[in-house]
Ligand binder design. Structure first.
Ligand code: ZN
Length: 199
């Protein structure tokens, strides 16, 4: 599992490991926490009081420091796994939902016709539809798209990046996702996400 690290203003920064989260607590960087307690780490005993130090890690932490400025208004990085997650692992042409290993990145306007490697020009396709369409546009191939591509927001990007999101983290991220997004409705099974109430 990962801890969702936010800026002090509440913008998502990164998914971090429990160990990285503990370092933020130990450095007194954590300004506030949300969500459930996911782990408790015990340290040494205080020589004077005899009390043992203890760090309780929460699933969502707001940290001190300057937020990374790439967060808003910029396009999330495009990867195959995130593209397939955006498209719910569904082929844009035949509608089949397949395992990731059977999916391909399909350029709507093919590269040979100056199609770009962007969120708006890529959809998920099965290998046979990708092959059948070839170096043609959907119009030229008479293969209309079953759904439209879109650029994920920063919030959606954080959902797409992590396949094991805790239920409270998912709830927090979804509060900021537009209702029109394919990630908005509670259809975790269709999306292939696993959410966990507890670790
Ligand atoms: Zn297909």
């Amino acid at each position: 599992m990962r801890v969702l690290k936010l800026s002090a203003h509440g913008l998502p920064q990164s998914w971090i490991t429990l160990g990285e989260a503990v370092l933020h607590y130990a450095a007194d960087d954590v300004r506030w926490t949300m969500g459930s307690s996911v782990a408790v780490f015990h340290g040494g005993h205080n020589a004077v009081s005899g009390l043992q130090s203890c760090i309780e890690v929460h699933s969502i932490i707001g940290t001190r420091g300057v937020p990374r400025t790439h967060q808003q208004g910029m396009t999330p990085g495009l990867t195959g796994p995130k593209l397939f997650a955006r498209d719910c692992n569904m082929c844009a042409y035949c509608g089949k939902t397949l395992a990731v290993e059977h999916l391909t990145r399909e350029h709507i306007v093919p590269i040979c016709q100056n199609g770009q490697n962007t969120w708006m020009n890529l959809v998920t396709a099965c290998a046979s539809c990708n092959h059948r369409k070839g170096p043609r546009t959907p119009e030229q191939a008479c293969m209309p798209l079953l759904y439209a591509p879109y650029v994920p927001s920063i919030w959606e990007d954080f959902i797409l990046r992590n396949r094991r999101i805790l239920a409270d983290q998912m709830e927090f991220l979804r509060m900021h996702v537009p209702k029109t997004s394919r990630l908005a409705p509670a259809k975790d099974h269709a999306l292939g996400f696993e959410t966990f109430s507890h670790v």
